[in-house]
Design a protein around this ligand. Sequence first.
Ligand code: G4P
Ligand code: MN
Length: 197
Amino acid sequence: MSSQGTQISNASFDIAKLIDTIDFAAKKHSYQKRKDIARTPYINHPIGVAKNLTDAGVYDLATIQAAILHDTVEDTETTFEEIEQQFGQKVRNIVAECTDDKTLEKAEIKRLQIEHTPHLSKQAKEVKLADKLYNLRDIKREAPIGWSKERVQEYVIWAKKVTDGARGTNQMLEEQLNEIYSKGVFEFQGEQYKCHP
Ligand SMILES: Nc1nc2c(ncn2[C@@H]2O[C@H](COP(=O)(O)OP(=O)(O)O)[C@@H](OP(=O)(O)OP(=O)(O)O)[C@H]2O)c(=O)[nH]1
Ligand SMILES: [Mn+2]
């Protein structure tokens, strides 16, 4: 037995890093809500994306940290420098790969996600798959406020194009996505949406 409190094991260190990351993201997203009727706290999404990863057997700490931080730069005042300083370059790089350039037009951002995804690192592809899996499941539960059937349809077709570009990365995540796109049909509130243009 080592002297308690003086020696911190690697596992304890990893737990502390993980909690630091969740605390950081929770503070950054604290004023943000999801677009559902209940206005769910936004932080539920990055935590859920990280859970999709561990459920699929991804335990690499930097990948889990990047999942928790993946929307901070895009949607809050956070900078990449801040992330690098607190969590290191590895985490920063994965977050950067998953961050859209919000100065561009929405259609261009969407087009670039489809174009860039096949060229991302394995870690960033895993985060992408887990992110879209979470958002598609969220839509199945309840579409964002004000979304028409056409908007749901457009999102499903786009999300499939993005996740198709990350295939060959994680079998469990891909199987869960396959279930959602089952036989090319996304079911939501008794309606059937196609998954291909
Ligand atoms: N399904 C769902 N989505 C919600 C909700 N609240 C916020 N979102 C976010 O909305 C995005 C989809 O809406 P879009 O119209 O495509 O994009 P927008 O955010 O630019 O309006 C998703 O982002 P994304 O581009 O797919 O990825 P990311 O930004 O999360 O990384 C998702 O994270 C919600 O209640 N349900
Ligand atoms: Mn996200």
